[in-house]
Design a binder for this molecule. Structure first.
Ligand SMILES: [Zn+2]
Ligand SMILES: [Zn+2]
Length: 282
């Protein structure tokens, strides 16, 4: 019904034309990067959103960073203009700004949509939308027509309220912060899947992200978490991983061990603290 997923021509496509990108049939990667400075380098991180399109309805996974709403809205309208099923659901993995910062604007812009997932506390910020919030628990599924979206175990979680998502048809896992790593803008990585970004040192960028954003990994045995991750991937038969901050992974067997190596390495290093402060221009 829509474009075939592009797997070979993307390296020749200008960066600003790569998104929305269909990473599996009916699963579209949308959103934008955010530049962050750390140890004299500029790291690019995604605050991505994904649209999963069924025959009858679509679900948006994550909302992007608040600054990205114009981009997210443009990408969504482009997809709906191409015949993608209307937006009926919004699922956010957890209550952090890069994941749910566009929640109110999505619910306002798409008045027929429901917020699904762990919906704790959102009614405090948006009492006007409380009647459109539906709690999901692990294993709960939403029928989109020809495919469903399921809440699954959040093996590597940022907040207590985290759920991960799963598309049952193309077996795409949406792990929120679970596979979090930056990429190098100057190497042209923006809009590429992990396997295309051959110059990206995945263990290094994964361990940097864990150091900055997932401090609890310093105090946990990450071997246990990585084993549990392998178990989840095998149990669900995951074929594609669509992380919020990392590049999408389409070769699970080859790429997941590299990310796990970064998580395990970061766990053994002392915490380095927050991002470098850049001197204000005077
Ligand atoms: Zn995050
Ligand atoms: Zn980028």
């Amino acid at each position: 019904m829509l474009d075939k997923p592009q797997t070979t021509s993307m390296l020749d496509t200008p960066v600003n034309e790569r998104m929305p990108r269909e990473i599996a049939p009916g699963v579209f990667w949308i959103g934008d990067c955010l530049a962050q400075r750390h140890r004299g380098k500029v790291y690019h991180g995604y605050n991505a959103a994904f649209l999963v399109a069924g025959d009858d309805a679509s679900i948006l996974v994550e909302t992007g960073h608040p600054k990205d709403f114009p981009v997210i809205e443009r990408h969504l309208n482009e997809l709906f203009g191409r015949g993608v099923a209307p937006l009926k659901y919004l699922f956010v993995t957890h209550q952090e700004t890069p994941h749910c910062g566009g929640l109110g604007r999505i619910l306002r812009t798409f008045p027929d949509s429901l917020l699904v997932g762990d919906v704790s506390d959102y009614h405090l910020a948006f009492p006007q939308y409380e009647h459109r919030m539906r709690a999901m628990n692990e294993g709960d599924e939403i029928d989109l027509g020809g495919r469903s979206f399921m809440a699954v175990e959040p093996v590597i979680r940022d907040l207590r309220t985290t759920w991960w998502g799963f598309d049952t048809r193309e077996r795409v896992l949406f792990p929120g912060d679970g596979f979090a790593y930056s990429h190098y803008h100057e190497d042209g990585h923006c809009g590429l899947i992990a396997e295309e970004a051959v110059s990206l040192d995945l263990p290094d960028v994964s361990s940097t992200f864990a150091d900055l954003a997932l401090f609890w990994t310093k105090f946990a045995d990450m071997n246990v978490y990585c084993d549990r991750l392998d178990h989840l991937i095998a149990r669900l038969g995951v074929k594609v991983i669509a992380p919020t901050h990392g590049l999408p992974i389409t070769d699970v067997a080859a790429t997941v061990p590299k990310v796990q190596a970064g998580l395990k390495a970061a766990a053994l290093m002392p915490e380095t603290g927050t991002n470098e402060k850049v001197a204000a221009a005077s």
